[in-house]
Design a protein around this ligand. Structure first.
Ligand SMILES: [Fe+2]
Length: 251
């Protein structure tokens, strides 16, 4: 069985489209999505269309997807600091472009999923079993990586959130992070996703990096007057995290 693992598209449909083209050539049996469809990029509706076109086996909820369930109307959100103020600006932008039905669809995704593929069991999370926003880096201690799996009979754990692609063995399980389609932070500005082949109990992982037209998605963000475009522009060009807003009181 061949699985395609996609995560963290973040409203970058130019990158997502390039990944879909590559993915179709890989002919996966199933596609899974690990969350953060929208927010931070200019094209949330196009990303929703692309995800639906892939008919995913499951989409799990990310921390940014969670906002759609929490705040059906962004103006009801009273931000406590500058970072929340930025996230509210982005939610307002996204709510103008996504339908109410799309926001409910995103808000209702499960926060975890257990998958059986051939002879193995896989656990799927956006960030970790503990929360939608826990950060577990590729270089984490083995104990931290062990905490990514809940069930003793799990052989494969898939997660997103950190926007760094990697794979590593820990506690007898293979841990795979497919990286980010729309907003990598691992220094490689090509879109990232994973193809996983399972045959019996054998697992083979490919992390695929797909070049796309970065200037085009930046132009779209500017044309649409997306809030915080300068942060997005630097992030997609350099593949670094640019959203470190000091958590000071918003004015
Ligand atoms: Fe994300």
């Amino acid at each position: 069985m061949r699985l395609a693992i996609l995560s963290d598209t973040h409203g970058n449909a130019v990158a997502f489209e390039a990944v879909v083209q590559d993915l179709r050539r890989q002919s996966p049996d199933a596609v899974v999505f690990l969350g953060d469809l929208a927010m931070r990029g200019p094209q949330p509706a196009e990303c929703a269309d692309l995800l639906r076109s892939l008919n995913p086996l499951v989409a799990v909820k990310g921390n940014h997807d969670h906002y759609f369930a929490l705040y059906p109307d962004a103006s009801a959100w009273v931000p406590r600091n500058a970072k929340e103020e930025m996230n509210r600006r982005q939610l307002q932008y996204n709510q103008q472009l996504l339908s109410g039905g799309e926001q409910r669809w995103i808000g209702h995704w499960p926060s975890e999923h257990m998958l059986r593929a051939e002879g193995i069991q896989a656990e799927l999370y956006h960030a970790s079993p503990a929360s939608l926003a826990t950060i577990i880096w590729p270089w984490a201690a083995n104990d931290e990586l062990d905490a990514l799996g809940k069930d003793a009979s799990t052989q494969l754990v898939l997660y997103g959130h950190i926007h760094h692609a990697f794979m590593r063995n820990a506690g007898g399980r293979l841990i795979v992070n497919s990286g980010s389609v729309g907003l990598p932070f691992d220094g490689d500005n090509r879109a990232s996703y994973a193809i996983i082949d399972v045959e019996g109990r054998d697992i083979a992982v490919q992390i695929r990096r797909i070049a796309y037209d970065i200037e085009r998605v930046i132009r779209i963000a500017k044309d649409r007057r997306m809030p915080d475009t300068e942060r997005f522009e630097e992030a997609v060009r350099r593949a670094v995290f640019t959203y470190n807003v000091a958590a000071t009181k918003a004015v």
